[in-house]
Design a binder for this molecule. Structure first.
Ligand code: MN
Length: 198
């Protein structure tokens, strides 16, 4: 019987009296029957800019930090560094994490929507095995994406790769052409300006 709190690492890294990030619910709960799982890609201007891809899986958000963000070109292999599971509530988090706190910097919801598992096994198992394939239905990013773990030992790394399908498009580059939040329409720079007022 698995009793380990999947959010223990998430909570241990944060001081919730200082950051406005959600603490998350105590117990993980699965999806309502028939509900499609969601994903989010959060643009995060921390010490280095990156894009956090999070997938709703078994009551938590499985997470990877993608330094260059997702590509729509199947020739690109984007490094995706696994990070700790986040609470489901994090899916619509935007705002500024205070200086000196973990992940200090500004976060916006760069894209969001539902996803489908393209493998004929549970998504949690596919991730565990390092061979996940998902279909994203976002506002900026759509179609099949593979999340694959490659290498061995110290060279293990994950890659996020656009699959070849009708949504693949080598000419698009939404990371640079569509920088704003899908919730507010504001960019990171606009958010930073408004938090500096007063
Ligand atoms: Mn991040």
């Amino acid at each position: 019987m698995e009793t380990k709190d999947p959010l223990a690492e998430y909570r241990s890294k944060r001081n919730f009296s200082r950051t406005r990030e959600p603490r998350g619910t105590a117990s993980s709960q699965g999806l309502q029957q028939g509900a499609q799982p969601r994903f989010v890609i959060q643009k995060h201007k921390a010490s280095t800019l990156h894009y956090d891809l999070r997938l709703e899986v078994d009551g938590v958000l499985k997470s990877w930090a993608v330094p260059k963000g997702p590509s729509t070109n199947p020739r690109d292999k984007r490094l995706a560094v696994p990070t700790e599971d986040h609470p489901i509530d994090y899916i619509d988090f935007e705002g500024t994490i205070p200086e000196n706190e973990y992940g200090a910097g500004t976060v916006l919801v760069w894209d969001r929507g539902h996803y489908r598992n393209l493998k004929d096994k549970p998504i949690a198992q596919a991730i565990e095995e390092g061979q996940a394939e998902i279909w994203l239905e976002g506002e900026k990013v759509q179609g099949g994406y593979a999340l694959v773990r490659t290498g061995t030992g110290n060279d293990v790394r994950w890659l996020l790769i656009k699959m070849k399908d009708e949504k693949a498009d080598a000419r698009r580059n939404p990371v640079s052409t569509e920088p704003a939040s899908v919730i507010t329409g504001h960019t990171i720079e606009q958010m930073e300006t408004s938090t500096q007022e007063g």
